[in-house]
Write a protein that binds this ligand. Structure first.
Ligand code: NAP
Length: 133
């Protein structure tokens, strides 16, 4: 059984992902993180209301022990300047795992190919180890 996190679950994409996850027999728990509640009630569903998606430090200890995150939060680029679009689509996406950045991910991928690694799924702590190998 798997436990998953979903952001953007009040939106068109995230709501679809949420409904599929709640119906899926392999998923035992769904945690949504959002500025607003989804309005749904379900035995598998837990909701975490969180306002600043650039900073997860105050809720980080509630995010362990999950198997996957569907990061569905986002905005259309229409009407947004480059800086604001980058902030929402890039900075917010890497913030939950802010201990790793794209350079560390790239180095970890190279080191995995060159030296191997015993796990198939890498968590941020694995990426930190691999990026320094
Ligand atoms: N819809 C499509 O066909 C489609 C296709 C390709 C890609 N996408 C991309 O998928 C993403 C989601 O699209 P969507 O159609 O589901 O959009 P949507 O219906 O407008 O939903 C956006 C979701 O993101 C959240 N959100 C937006 N800005 C936020 C912010 N600053 N802080 C925290 N939460 C924020 C919203 O939460 P609130 O309820 O708090 O506003 C909502 O849950 C976007 O990046 C979009 O470009 C969509």
């Amino acid at each position: 059984m798997k436990k998953v996190i979903i952001t953007g679950a009040t939106g068109m994409i995230g709501k679809g992902v949420l409904l599929e996850c709640l119906d899926h027999k392999m998923i035992s728990e769904v945690l949504t993180i959002g500025r607003n509640p989804t309005g749904l009630e379900h035995p598998k569903l837990k909701e975490l209301i969180h306002q600043d998606f650039a900073d997860f430090s105050n809720i980080k200890n509630q995010l362990s022990d999950y198997d996957a995150c569907f990061f569905c939060l986002g905005r259309s680029a229409a009407g947004l300047g480059e800086e604001e679009y980058r902030h929402i689509t890039y900075n917010y996406t890497i913030a939950p795992d802010s201990v790793v950045d794209t350079i560390q991910i790239g180095q970890a991928m190279i080191n995995t190919v060159l030296k191997g690694y015993p796990k198939k799924v890498l968590r941020s702590k694995d990426i930190l180890i691999l990026s320094k190998k």
